[in-house]
Design a protein around this ligand. Structure first.
Ligand code: ADP
Length: 702
């Protein structure tokens, strides 16, 4: 494109130069033609002027030749006659304005002379060889030009033969100095008369007169006009350049020339060239300006087209987008809405235009306030784009939906100053909610599992402890039992031997017996740990086991004033188990209840309940032992079933009872829990599997 423009400029310049050259050539040619024509006119006028000036003297020789006195003089050349004719010639000369008049005889000697008074010597000269004499003697009218080199003006001689009948007698001669003619040619300008010897014999400029033409005019060059006519251009001594035009006058042997200054021609040529160049430049500039304008218009049009195309594409994209798009003006009114947004808000495209966008939003929470703030700043400098903002949209039917909107300023679309993009996030919100629920459930499950694991771990630790305790107990029981039995045997023998004597000793032995009994109780209890879990389970009736256990507490219940309440509607309820162990459970729980109520002044109530589990009556049996004691201190609740945990004074409790109960219940596949009752006192709940038909068959088989 750029090279094309350069080429165009160069071409225009070349054309301009060519045109300028042509115009100046034509101007020069035309102007020179005019100058040439004017020169020719002047040349013609000069020739006519010259001819008429010379012709005005032509009659004189003839007039003289016809004069009778002149003829008489030639016939009879006497001095007086000659003088008379000379006076006549003098007068005629004065009248005619010629330079001199003379009459020559046959031999060419002057007989009469108009200027006889000044030049007497003139009569002595012979003119026999002068051309004007010979021409006349030959019967012609003589014309002769005499040019001089001494600066004197040239002279024209006109002569006519004088006859007596047909005999030649002499010649009448008229001499006219060219000075005489100059007055008559004074109106002619810039002309030259050039003699055959190249000497200027007359010129409008007197300085030239008598000079050689070559010294005045320097030949420059021959030139030719378009019509083929040749021109002689010369330079004058003063430096002027002139057109030189000359014509030869053969009868006079002269050249008549005129010179015309070519300055106007050159001026005309230069002016034409300047005008042409200026015109070309102006035209070129005009063309360039027009081209630039055209290109600018073209570019403007292209930009407009591109913008329109772009706008169309954007509208297509907006209309086909799966995102709602809404155009707002500076006051927050809807100027455009795409089909997706119409669908989202459930409104017709045409109906919603002009409405405030704010009317499409529901809610009055924090996010609504933020949106309101943004909308209030539309059209002001404080406007800041809003991105991925979650608000609640309001549909035409009054329903709402969660949406995510962004508000940005637009620069491209004329009727949309701000673009709001709307994404319906109902599905996402639903998923988020579902995910949250799943998370909560998972967390709950994890907590449950963690708790179960912690419990399992605790049980494991408990089991480990119990196992260690069992091992230790069996060693202790083994080691203590034998000497204890021996001791008791010896004590019995001693008591037998000392009966009736030494009462103090018997009392001491009684004390020893008590101590050994207590040791036996410890070993008995420790035995529970030492004894392995029974391999075979037999049907056991908890009610029967309770009755057998209560036998041990009959005296104590009575002494302590404890009211016993037994609640057992199904005395035949059975569990798979081991009678001795179940009794041990009852014994420990009842003993603890009695201990708790010991020393209490209020009513002492011991409640024992044996029934099927209300939740699963076919599968479980619930045994509850409750008392009206002070209850279990909260700190103790978590440690109750730990071995050797006791709140009782040393000697009163070993802290093994509940851990033994827990161990037995676990061995029987059940669970034990302790809690404080609302009405006061503690309650221990034992849940054991109920003997079903299948388990009964299994136990029978075993
Ligand atoms: P011990 O009876 O030898 O202390 P246990 O294992 O039987 O050992 O009991 C542990 C502890 O549990 C008791 O020291 C007591 O603090 C508490 N306890 C047990 N049963 C009851 C109850 N019915 N009322 C209040 N506290 C009880």
């Amino acid at each position: 494109m750029r090279s094309f423009r350069s080429l165009l400029i160069i071409l225009t310049l070349c054309l301009s130069l060519l045109l300028t050259w042509w115009v100046q050539h034509r101007a020069y040619d035309w102007s020179m033609s005019r100058l040439k024509e004017q020169g020719e006119d002047r040349l013609l006028s000069t020739i006519i002027g010259l001819r008429s000036a010379i012709d005005s003297y032509n009659y004189l020789p003839f007039l003289i030749s016809q004069n009778k006195d002149v003829q008489e003089l030639l016939l009879y050349p006497v001095l007086d006659k000659g003088a008379e004719v000379s006076r006549f010639l003098e007068q005629m000369n004065l009248v005619s304005g010629a330079t001199t008049l003379m009459v020559l005889d046959l031999d060419g000697r002057a007989l009469s002379y108009s200027r006889w008074r000044e030049e007497q010597s003139f009569f002595l000269r012979s003119h026999a060889h002068s051309p004007y004499f010979t021409q006349a003697r030959n019967g012609n009218q003589g014309v002769y030009v005499e040019s001089r080199t001494n600066g004197e003006p040239a002279s024209i001689y006109l002569s006519a033969p004088i006859y007596d009948s047909s005999r030649f007698m002499g010649v009448a001669v008229v001499r006219i100095d060219l000075d005489q003619l100059s007055n008559k040619l004074s109106q002619l300008e810039d002309f030259l008369l050039i003699a055959a010897n190249e000497r200027v014999i007359m010129a409008s400029d007197r300085h030239w007169q008598g000079q050689l033409l070559s010294t005045q005019v320097e030949s420059r060059r021959e030139s030719q006009l378009d019509d083929g006519s040749a021109l002689q251009l010369k330079q004058l001594q003063d430096g002027r350049r002139v057109l030189f035009q000359a014509v030869e006058l053969p009868d006079l042997g002269w050249q008549v020339a005129v010179v015309s200054d070519v300055k106007p021609v050159l001026r005309m040529r230069n002016t034409a060239a300047l005008i042409s160049l200026g015109g070309c430049l102006a035209l070129g500039l005009l063309l360039l300006y027009m081209r630039e304008r055209h290109l600018k218009n073209l570019s403007r049009q292209e930009t407009r087209d591109a913008l329109e195309r772009n706008e169309r594409q954007q509208r297509d994209i907006i209309n086909n987008a799966h995102v709602g798009m809404i155009g707002l003006d500076a006051s927050g009114r809807i100027s455009f809405i795409n089909p997706m947004a119409s669908q989202q808000f459930g409104v017709g495209t045409a109906r919603i235009l002009g409405y405030a966008f704010q009317d499409l939003i529901a809610g009055d929470d924090e996010s609504f306030t933020v949106l309101q703030r943004t909308l209030s700043r539309l059209g002001s400098k404080g406007f800041a784009p809003l991105t991925a903002h979650e608000v609640v949209g309001s549909r035409a039917d009054g329903s709402t939906f969660p949406m995510m909107i962004s508000i940005k300023q637009m620069a491209t679309l004329a009727d949309m100053q701000y673009l709001v993009t709307v994404i319906d996030i109902t599905k996402r919100k639903r998923l988020e909610h579902a995910l949250q629920q799943a998370n909560d459930q998972l967390e709950h499950k994890v907590l449950e599992r963690t708790q179960a694991l912690q419990e399992a771990q605790q049980e494991l630790v408990q089991a480990e402890k119990m196992a260690a305790l069992g091992r230790m107990s069996s060693a202790v029981v083994h080691e203590l039992n034998q000497p204890l039995t021996a001791m008791r045997t010896y004590l019995a023998i001693c008591r037998h031997l000392l009966s009736g004597e030494q009462a103090q000793l018997a009392e001491n032995l009684e004390l020893i017996d008590d101590l050994t009994q207590r040791m036996a109780l410890i070993t008995q209890q420790l035995k529970t740990f030492a004894v392995n879990k029974p391999e075979a389970l037999v049907p056991v009736k908890p009610r029967a086991a309770l009755d057998q256990s209560l036998v041990l507490f009959r005296d104590r219940i009575q002494q302590d004033g404890i009211e016993l309440q037994i609640d057992s509607h199904e005395p035949d309820l059975e569990i798979p188990g081991d009678n001795a162990r179940l009794e041990q459970v009852f014994v420990n729980l009842i003993k603890n209840a009695c201990d708790a109520m010991n020393g209490q002044s209020e009513a002492k109530i011991l409640q024992v309940q044996i029934e099927t589990d209300q939740a699963q009556p076919d599968s479980w049996v619930r045994i509850s032992v409750a008392d009206s004691g002070p209850g279990i201190p909260p700190d103790s609740l978590t440690h109750l079933f730990d071995p050797f945990y006791t709140t009782k004074a040393i000697g009163d409790g070993l802290g093994l009872g509940l851990s033994i109960v827990s161990s037995i219940v676990q061995d029987l596949g059940g669970q034990i829990s302790a809690q404080n009752r609302v009405e006061g006192g503690a309650r221990f709940d034992v849940i054991l599997p109920r003997l079903s038909e299948t388990s009964q068959t299994q136990t029978e088989n075993t």
